[in-house]
Design a protein around this ligand. Structure first.
Ligand SMILES: Cc1cc2nc3c(=O)[nH]c(=O)nc-3n(C[C@H](O)[C@H](O)[C@H](O)COP(=O)(O)OP(=O)(O)OC[C@H]3O[C@@H](n4cnc5c(N)ncnc54)[C@H](O)[C@@H]3O)c2cc1C
Ligand SMILES: Cc1cc2nc3c(=O)[nH]c(=O)nc-3n(C[C@H](O)[C@H](O)[C@H](O)COP(=O)(O)O)c2cc1C
Ligand code: SF4
Length: 647
C-alpha cells in the first residue's frame, strides 16, 4: 500500500504543504525558562521536520507576557525572541516542512503565579480547573489584546514562519470568547454567536492587513466542550463557517477545555480518530481545508480518513512525539519500525514531574522512545569497542537494552525463560486489562527492532550463574523483572486468594470479587473482572485509588468505574482475609466486608534478581528495570536505553 492520499500535496491558502501529516502545537519544555528558542528546541522540532511532516505547528507562543499559561512558553510578545524564532523557522523549513507557530493567550486558564498578575478573560468567570477569578477585560483592553496578536504575527512572519495558527481551542482566550459558558459580555465581543466570534474576526483581519492578504492564518477551535457545559457541535459548525467568511485559511478541529482534559488529550479508551465524525460534519460545512486531530496512530486509518475526504490534514500529536520519523516510515512502508503511541501520557505529559524523569532527562519525551526529543545526550553513537553482551529477560528493559546495544555495534544475545509468544514480561500482562491492548504493539515493535539490528533472541532459556560463566560475555545486563508481593496478612494463603497477574493471565474467578490494592495493577484487574464477575470491590490503604495514573488516563478510568459500579473503599487497611471476605479498618473503624468468592491481591511487586554475586559474573554487570527496583515500564525502558548507550 502506498498511502497515496496522505502524501499528496495540498494548499493552505497560498502555502503548498508537501503532505497531509501535521505536528500540532504541543508545549515541549524545550524552549528555555524565559521562552527563548535554543538548541534543545531546534533539535526537537528539527527531528520532526527531518522525519517528513508536511507542516509543523510550533507550540503555544504567548502574545502577552500576562497570557502565559505554561512554564517555558515561547515568547512572541516582544522582539527579543525574533533571532531564536528565525533559527527555528529556518530549521523546520530546511527539511521541506512548513513552519507555523501557534499564537496563544491563556486567558483564565492560568494562575496569577504564572501570568505575573491576576489572569484576564472575556468575563470574570473562574476557570473550572484553576479556580482563580479573572479580571474581566475592558473593551479597550480587548482591542489592545487583538493588536498584540497582530504584532505577534508580524514577528512570526519576520522570523520566517510560513503561517500562524490562532489558538481558540481548549478554552484558551479565543475559545473563551467563543463559548457562552465563559463569555458573558454585553459589548460588541459578546451577546450573540457573531459577537463572541468578533474577537477572532478582528484578529484575522488585522493580521491580513499587517502581513499581507496571502499570509496564511489557521484557527484552532474545539468542536465540542459540552462536558463542562460549553460549546456544542451545532454551534461549532457555525463558528467554522463564520471563521471561513472572516478570512481564515484552514480550521484545525480539536475538542475539550480545561476541566475536560481527556477530550483535549484522549486517553487509551478513545478510539482512533475519535473526533472524526464531528470533523466530517464541519468539513462538509466549509470550503477551506480542515485538520483533524485526536488519537491518530495507525497509518491505514489515517490514509483512509484522507482518501474518503473526511478531512484534509491529520495532526499526529503524541504519535509525533513517540516517533518523529512517522511520515518517512509510513511513506517507505516500514510500518513495523514505527514507535507506536499508546496514549498513556506517561512521559510526554510528565515533563514537569521530577518523579517520572531519569537523571539528566528533561523536556518532552516518550515512554517507548527515550530518543524522542533528540537532545545530544540521547543520540546514539557507534560503540568504541564492540563487546559480547548478554541480556537476561525480554521485558521492556531487556528488549530496549538489547536492540539499542546491537544498533551501536555490540554482539547481543537476549535470553528469556518464557516462550517467544510471552515476550514482553509484565508489560504483556499489562496488555490484558481493557483499553491496554496497544501495549502488544509496543512489544511487537521491540521484537522487530531486535531482529532488525541482529540481536540473537533465545527463548525458553532460564539463565543461571553457571550458564553465564560458560558463555563468558563481556557485559551482563540483568533485566529479570519483579514478582508480586505477598505480605504476612492472616489468611493470605487461602485457596480463595489469587494474585492479580494470575487472574489477568486466565486463572478463573467468578461471582463477587474483592481486590486488595487500588494502585495501577489493582484498578486494572478490577476493571478486567467486571466483564465476568457480578460484583467488584477494591480496598486501598491510601486516600485515593490509581494515584500514580496521569490526569487524563486517571479521569477516564474513574469515569468508567462509576458506570461499571465498582465499589471503592479508600483509607482502608486489611487486617485479615477470611473465607468469604476480609476484616479491615476503614477510616479507623473496624468492619467486615463479606460475600466474596475470591480475593485478588494487587499489593505491589518486589525486584526479582536470581544472581547473588553479580560482580563475579562478567567484567561488566548492570541491573536495570524492575530487577533493580519494581517500578514501571518507564524506568525499565529508560534504564535499558542508558546502559545500552553507555557500554
Ligand atoms: C497488570 C499490569 C499493568 C501494568 N501497566 C503498566 C503501565 O500501564 N505502564 C507502565 O509503565 N508499567 C506498567 N506495568 C509495570 C511494567 O509492566 C513493569 O514495570 C515492566 O514490565 C518492568 O520491565 P522489566 O523489563 O524490568 O521486567 P519484566 O517486564 O518483569 O520482564 C522480566 C523478564 O525477565 C524474564 N526472566 C526472569 N528471570 C529470568 C532468567 N533467569 N532467565 C531468563 N529470563 C528471565 C521474565 O520471564 C520476564 O519476561 C504494569 C504491570 C502489570 C502487572
Ligand atoms: C504534551 C502535550 C502538549 C500539548 N500542548 C498543546 C499546545 O501547546 N497547544 C495546543 O493547541 N494543543 C496542545 N496539546 C494538544 C495536542 O495538540 C493534540 O491536540 C492532542 O494531544 C490530541 O492529539 P493526539 O491524540 O494525537 O495526541 C498538547 C498535547 C500534549 C500531549
Ligand atoms: S508517552 Fe505514551 S502517550 Fe506519550 S507519546 Fe509516548 S506512548 Fe504516546
Amino acid at each position: 500500500m502506498n498511502f497515496e492520499a496522505t502524501f499528496k500535496p495540498m494548499y493552505v491558502g497560498s502555502m503548498l504543504v508537501k503532505n497531509r501529516l501535521v505536528v500540532p502545537a504541543m508545549d515541549s519544555h524545550m524552549p528555555d525558562e524565559n521562552g527563548m528558542i535554543g538548541e534543545d528546541a531546534l533539535n526537537y522540532y528539527g527531528a520532526r521536520a527531518r522525519g517528513g511532516f508536511g507542516m509543523i505547528i510550533v507550540e503555544i507562543a504567548a502574545v502577552q507576557k500576562s497570557g502565559i499559561g505554561m512554564p517555558h512558553e515561547i515568547n512572541i510578545y516582544d522582539d527579543t525572541s525574533i533571532p531564536g524564532l528565525t533559527a527555528l523557522a529556518s530549521r523546520i523549513k530546511h527539511y521541506g516542512s512548513r513552519a507555523v507557530i501557534q499564537l496563544h493567550h491563556a486567558g483564565r486558564e492560568t494562575v496569577a503565579a504564572m501570568a505575573g498578575q491576576q489572569p484576564v478573560a472575556p468575563s470574570s468567570v473562574p476557570c473550572p480547573t484553576n479556580r482563580e477569578t479573572p479580571h474581566e477585560m475592558t473593551t479597550l483592553e480587548v482591542y489592545e489584546l487583538i493588536q498584540d496578536y497582530i504584532d505577534a504575527s508580524v514577528r512570526a512572519q519576520k522570523a520566517g514562519f510560513d503561517a500562524v495558527e490562532i489558538h481558540a481551542a481548549h478554552g484558551y482566550m479565543g475559545g473563551q470568547f467563543l463559548s457562552p459558558r465563559s463569555n458573558r459580555r454585553i459589548d460588541e465581543f459578546g451577546g450573540s454567536i457573531e459577537g463572541r466570534a468578533y474577537f477572532l474576526k478582528l484578529i484575522v483581519e488585522g493580521i491580513k492587513a499587517a502581513c499581507g492578504k496571502d499570509y496564511p492564518v489557521i484557527v484552532r477551535i474545539s468542536t465540542d466542550e459540552s462536558r463542562i457545559g460549553g460549546i456544542q457541535l451545532n454551534e461549532s459548525i457555525i463558528h467554522a463557517q463564520l471563521l471561513e467568511a472572516y478570512g481564515y485559511d484552514a480550521i484545525h478541529l480539536s475538542a475539550g477545555t480545561y476541566g475536560a482534559w481527556d477530550t483535549i488529550v484522549p486517553p487509551p479508551d478513545a478510539q482512533q480518530g475519535w473526533n472524526l465524525s464531528a470533523t466530517k460534519v464541519i468539513k462538509s460545512a466549509v470550503t477551506i481545508p480542515v485538520i483533524a486531530v485526536g488519537r491518530y496512530t495507525d497509518p491505514y486509518f489515517i490514509n483512509l480518513a484522507i482518501t474518503r475526504g473526511d478531512t484534509d490534514f491529520i495532526s499526529l500529536g503524541r504519535q509525533s512525539i513517540a516517533d518523529p520519523d512517522f511520515p518517512n516510515k509510513m511513506f517507505s512502508g516500514e510500518l513495523m519500525d514505527i514507535v507506536p503511541c499508546l496514549s498513556c501520557t506517561q512521559r510526554c505529559m510528565s515533563f514537569n514531574d521530577p518523579s517520572t524523569l531519569q537523571e539528566g532527562d528533561y523536556g518532552v519525551s516518550c515512554l517507548l522512545n527515550p530518543m524522542s526529543n533528540d537532545r545530544p545526550d540521547v543520540r546514539l553513537n557507534t560503540a568504541a569497542q564492540p563487546k559480547k553482551v548478554m541480556v537476561i529477560g525480554a521485558g521492556p528493559a531487556g528488549l530496549e537494552a538489547a536492540w539499542v546495544a546491537a544498533k551501536r555495534g555490540h554482539t547481543v544475545t537476549l535470553y528469556e525463560k518464557g516462550p517467544k509468544s510471552r515476550a514482553g514480561g509484565q508489560f504483556l500482562i499489562a496488555a490484558y486489562p481493557p483499553f491496554k491492548q496497544d501495549l502488544t504493539r509496543a512489544i511487537r515493535y521491540y521484537l522487530n527492532m531486535c531482529e532488525k539490528y541482529g540481536v540473537e533472541m533465545v527463548f525458553e532459556k532460564e539463565v543461571d550463574a553457571a550458564f553465564i560463566a560458560e558463555k563468558k560475555p563481556d557485559v551482563v545486563i540483568v533485566a529479570t523483572g519483579a514478582t508480586p508481593l505477598k505480605p504476612a496478612i492472616p489468611g493470605i494463603s487461602g485457596e480463595n486468594v489469587k494474585q492479580a497477574i494470575n487472574v489477568l493471565l486466565g486463572e478463573p474467578v467468578k461471582g463477587n470479587v474483592l481486590v486488595i490494592g487500588g494502585g495501577l495493577v489493582g484498578v486494572e484487574t478490577a476493571e478486567y473482572c467486571t466483564d465476568y464477575c457480578n460484583k467488584v470491590t477494591i480496598v486501598e490503604m491510601k486516600p485515593e485509588i490509581a494515584s500514580e495514573l496521569y490526569l487524563t488516563v486517571r479521569d477516564s478510568l474513574l469515569r468508567r468505574f462509576k458506570h461499571e459500579e465498582i465499589e471503592v473503599h479508600t483509607n482502608t487497611r486489611v487486617i485479615e482475609i477470611a473465607e468469604n471476605g476480609i476484616v479491615c479498618e476503614e477510616n479507623g473503624v473496624q468492619k467486615v466486608l463479606d460475600g466474596y468468592d475470591s480475593i485478588i491481591l494487587a499489593l505491589g511487586a518486589k525486584a526479582y534478581n536470581p544472581f547473588e554475586q553479580l560482580n563475579d559474573l562478567a567484567p561488566e554487570v548492570y541491573t536495570i528495570g524492575d530487577a533493580k527496583q519494581a517500578r514501571s515500564a518507564l524506568e525499565a525502558i529508560y534504564e535499558g536505553f542508558r546502559i545500552a548507550q553507555a557500554i
